[in-house]
Design a protein around this ligand. Structure first.
Ligand code: 13P
Ligand code: ZN
Length: 270
């Protein structure tokens, strides 16, 4: 079976990075059933032949108009598709779409008419926001990390930067590799434009990773591996917190002075 990836090594590698991350999400227990979704802006890999390819479905509405997505292309996980299946067959469990000229619809171009994730409004709205800002970020990841989601069931941790400060203080790597911390988005219905707008608002408040209350995490970065790493270091910190609690004590956490020293030494943004 021929694939659009066959003669495009860079596109092939970008999509197989998504497959690799999908495997990690499953192994970590963050991707029950069809849980989670990934989109990657692949416009830089698009050639003239791809541009001439006919769509394999009718244009479908995004649900919102996103002017900065003109002439952009994305790889998207398919809705209802499993990360553990995507890990072995990314083009059977996801598809390549292009945004139509009105910036309000998309069409599937390859390899199969796999309908994109139900969280497409959030993903595409965030990509639109990133392009408008001139950001180099091209990947977005939504997943259901157990311990981070558990923390959003506690009012205290939903307050601005309470969870960030706690998680950063568990182990120096968390602040170093998730330097903007963890934004919080109060509960909203999955898949909607409202959730998309709230996600952008949280990212605009200067976070790369935000929590959707009682649901999951949404992370953006230059590439999918880096987006995964940010979530991974945060969830590791949550596990250290829980391990301390399970040992019967409240963890001391690094001091403010120790965290400031980290920021000064490594030039961290916060
Ligand atoms: P999809 O299968 O549509 O990607 O949905 C999974 C999910 O996690 C929704 O929030
Ligand atoms: Zn979800």
């Amino acid at each position: 079976m021929k694939s659009i990836l066959d003669v495009r090594p860079q596109l092939h590698d970008a999509i197989w990075d998504v497959a690799e991350v999908a495997g990690y999400l499953w192994e970590k227990g963050w991707a029950e059933r069809n849980g989670g979704n990934i989109t990657v802006n692949i416009t830089e890999y698009v050639d003239d032949f791809m541009r001439s390819m006919p769509a394999i479905c009718e244009p479908r509405a995004i649900g919102t108009t996103l002017p900065h997505l003109k002439d952009t292309w994305f790889y998207c996980k398919g809705t209802q598709k499993r990360m553990r299946d995507l890990a072995n067959a990314p083009m059977q469990n996801g598809s390549i779409i292009r945004i139509t000229d009105d910036c309000a619809h998309y069409e599937i171009v390859a390899d199969h008419p796999v309908a994109p994730t139900s969280e497409l409004p959030s993903h595409l709205s965030v990509h639109n926001y990133l392009l408008a800002k001139g950001s180099p970020y091209r990947a977005s990841l939504h997943t259901h990390p157990i311990e981070l989601v558990a923390m959003t069931h506690c009012r205290k941790f939903m307050e601005k930067d309470v969870a960030t400060k706690l998680l950063w203080s568990m182990i120096p790597e968390t602040k170093a590799f998730c330097p903007r911390g963890l934004g919080m988005v109060p509960y909203l219905m999955p898949s909607g434009v409202e959730l998309a707008e709230a996600t952008i608002k949280a990212i605009d408040d200067d976070y790369d990773v935000v929590m959707w209350e009682k649901h999951g995490v949404f992370a953006v970065d230059t590439d999918i591996m880096s987006a995964f790493d940010q979530v991974d270091v945060l969830n590791k910190a949550a596990l250290i917190y829980i391990a301390s609690k399970n040992m019967g004590f409240e963890p001391e956490g690094m001091s403010d002075a120790q965290m400031k020293e980290l920021s000064d030494t490594f030039g961290l943004p916060k």
